[in-house]
Design a protein around this ligand. Structure first.
Ligand SMILES: Cc1ncc(COP(=O)(O)O)c(C=O)c1O
Length: 462
């Protein structure tokens, strides 16, 4: 006796079996994620409204954190709108603050020549290039910017993309593959981690700036992988220190690995003329496979780039998804970055001012007893607070005293390393730095006197 099966949508059971066999393999992956089909004859479920994302545990967790902060009377220091240009000072809600939260490192954002160049580009090309550069989006100003960046880095060529973050994601994600190895300093930027994840390559972190550990990892693993990429930063965005590039280059040569140096916070900052960590150490730029940089800091624009050999830049332009399948950089941003690059070359005294300010900030902060971690005193100086609530409270207290400096909290850094991060620029003055350091030391004492994070939370809930 044959089993009587219910018919599905009017299809006879034999036909249905054949149909199911043919699609079963392809549907296996998606099947788990789909809601079960209603049984034949069952009533159609009531129509649901769009999914309410407050049901997601991770959304609920965020809301609980915010509610806890509110309960403790801690204002949200993030997403505060500024009224105008953020330089050495900034205006928020009509009030002027000493500003240490913007990475306008050599003060080119708002420079009259940069603004004029951006405006001229808009007049000529409009606000968008309206296509990927591969198709109809190429403009002569893109090449001019790439030539300027290659000149500054001392490489054969450069390729510009629409975001710094996307540059790391697409370059690393595209170039590296399963069977390859990516060795990263434990403190590298999220964009590098995302690129590594996308690539499918194995990623191993080495402890921050521990080049002995990097060497051990290379010795143990090099032979197991086809290509190995080492990624370090020219100046670490959270701690403000930088690696011994000469030794990293020696290691990459000894173990036949590739090297990518992310110069987001070191170009325009390190080296006598701001050419970055290669200039600082006197390393030949062509010994490094990829110099990655962003346009959003020293170059007072928005976007990212890889400066490298002509062959590699050409390959990325022809095949990297984040370049090929994304619009060309907008005319205003392209022209602003090019003019900023020219100004950096023309006015190296900006770099000298930034370096003097960074050293002055570090010295003053240490003298005031602040914990600045391993910062070398250039564009980034952290002040370690030790817990996220304390760091947010300190930032809010500083704002009340006329200082804008933002907290970096868990999970961006470990909870016990929660901190305020001060970005130093050529536009600050010694007098401003002395005042801000003194206020920070005073307010940090006040925050500490208020007890630990747990004690503050208990007090607030009593
Ligand atoms: C080290 C590093 N790399 C890449 C990026 C991404 O650059 P952008 O913000 O210009 O997208 C950042 C951002 O600050 C960074 O700190």
């Amino acid at each position: 006796m044959t089993e009587k099966r219910p018919s599905l949508g009017g299809i006879a059971s034999g036909d249905r079996d054949k149909l199911m066999d043919s699609v079963r393999a392809g549907r296996r992956a998606g099947r788990d994620r789909r809601p079960a089909a209603p049984a034949a004859g069952a009533e159609a479920p009531a129509k649901r409204r769009a999914f309410d994302f407050t049901e997601l545990p991770q959304v609920r967790q965020l809301q609980m954190q915010r509610a806890a902060a509110e309960m403790m009377g801690i204002g949200n220091p993030f997403f505060r709108p500024h009224d105008g240009l953020a330089a050495g000072t900034t205006t928020i809600d009509g009030k002027v603050y000493d500003n240490f939260a913007s990475y306008n490192y050599v003060g080119l954002n708002g420079h009259p020549e940069v603004i004029a160049a951006a405006q001229a580009a808009v007049d000529t090309y409009g606000v968008s290039v309206s296509a990927s550069r591969v198709v109809a989006g190429e403009r002569p100003i893109h090449r001019q910017l790439e030539e300027a960046l290659a000149r500054i880095h001392g490489t054969e060529a450069a390729v510009v993309m629409v975001s710094g973050h996307a540059t790391n994601v697409t370059t690393i994600g595209h170039l590296m593959n399963k069977g390859d190895l990516i060795l990263t300093d434990q403190l590298v930027h999220n964009s590098i981690a995302e690129g590594a994840r996308l690539s499918g390559a194995t990623r191993i972190n080495f402890p921050h700036d521990d080049l002995d550990a990097l060497e051990r990892l290379l010795a143990e693993n090099r032979h197991k992988y086809e290509h190995v990429l080492i990624v370090v930063e020219g100046l670490y965005s959270m701690d403000g220190d930088f690696p011994d590039l000469r030794r990293v280059v020696k290691l990459k040569q000894a173990y036949d690995a590739w090297l990518l140096v992310d110069e987001a916070h070191s170009i325009g900052v390190l080296g006598e003329t701001g050419r970055g960590i290669a200039e600082h150490y006197g390393v030949d730029p062509n010994e490094v496979e990829m110099w990655m940089g962003t346009l959003s800091k020293t170059f007072s624009s928005c976007g990212g780039y890889i400066a490298a050999s002509r062959v590699l830049c050409d390959y990325l332009k022809a095949t990297a998804p984040g370049f090929v399948f994304s619009v060309g950089l907008s005319p205003a941003l392209t022209a602003a970055a090019t003019k900023s690059a020219e100004l950096l070359e023309r006015e190296p005294e900006r770099v000298a001012r930034l370096q003097a300010n960074g050293q002055h900030f570090l010295k003053a902060a240490k003298a005031a007893g602040l914990d600045t971690g391993p910062s070398a005193g250039y564009s980034v100086v952290p002040v370690i607070v030790g817990d996220s609530i304390g760091a947010v409270t300190l930032a809010n207290r500083l704002l009340e005293r006329g200082v804008n400096a933002l907290p970096i909290i868990f999970p961006a850094v470990a909870e016990k390393a929660a901190r305020l991060r001060f970005f130093i620029t050529s536009e600050h003055t010694f007098e401003q730095i002395d005042r801000v350091v003194a206020i920070t030391a005073e307010e940090l004492d006040g925050v500490r006197a208020g007890g630990s994070a747990v004690e503050r939370l208990l007090k607030a809930t009593r």
